[in-house]
Design a protein around this ligand. Structure first.
Ligand SMILES: Cc1ncc(CO)c(N)n1
Length: 222
């Protein structure tokens, strides 16, 4: 049986559920999350996105083919020209200025997660890097879908976090998520059991670091 992305999720099922269904996410869905926790998360996510952009630059460097190189460039461009602009404008709506964003200290959870991903990519090859990035690229799309599947999730003006859910349920994000899963399914089909086992370590580490990122938001830890 060839391996698939789904097998990475199965290899750390309880961690994956703890990430997708984290109380930060549940509270965001029913609107009960403390605004200060969300603002803290938004600020750290700005710093996360900058390192995420660097990871796509690393993906370009690690690209063996022209097609991989183009894909990495598209990813870097999407983060720099679309996601970061959206994020900066969204932060403004939550009372966080561009000036404040530019001077933020990184929380330990942000450093741990982003540098882990960059290190996994530096040590390994393009597949290691994509596996390290997949909890972010796939997880947030799954989170939006999980929230939409719950009766307690509030949508529209009654939920101050509605726009956040809308961003990750958007066709654009969902398509990027499916493209990433297809890319991983293609590559994972050819790996040996020993190689798959290495990749599950990276996947579960990155998933645990996503859980810590939610915890950092909830506790507003630095
Ligand atoms: C921490 C984190 N993970 C994933 C995403 C989705 O891009 C994000 N914006 N932030």
């Amino acid at each position: 049986m060839p391996y698939q992305f789904e097998d990475l999720k199965k290899s750390c099922h309880s961690e994956w559920r703890a990430y997708i269904e984290h109380s930060f996410v549940a509270q965001l869905g029913d609107g009960s999350l403390a605004p200060e926790a969300f603002q803290h998360y938004l600020k750290q996510d700005y710093l996360f996105l900058i390192q995420f952009a660097r990871a796509f630059a690393l993906a370009a460097y690690k690209s063996p083919t022209l097609s991989d190189l183009r894909q990495a460039k598209e990813g870097l461009q999407a983060i720099l020209d679309v996601e970061l602009d959206l994020h900066i404008n969204y932060c403004k709506e939550w009372g966080i200025s561009e000036q404040e964003l530019a001077n933020l200290p990184e929380a330990r959870a942000t450093i741990a997660y982003t540098r882990y991903v960059l290190d996994a990519g530096n040590r390994g090859d393009l597949l290691d890097l994509h596996v390290a990035l997949s909890p972010c690229m796939v997880g947030y799309g799954e989170i939006a879908n999980w929230l939409n599947s719950r009766a307690v999730t509030k949508r529209g003006d009654s939920n101050p976090y509605d726009a956040w859910i809308a961003m990750y349920e958007s066709d654009e994000f969902q398509q990027a998520m499916h493209a990433e899963i297809r890319w991983l399914d293609d590559r994972l089909a050819d790996v040996s059991p020993a190689r798959f086992s290495e990749l599950t370590r990276i996947f579960s580490d990155a998933t645990r670091l996503e859980i810590d990122f939610w915890e950092m938001g909830l506790k507003q830890s630095d």
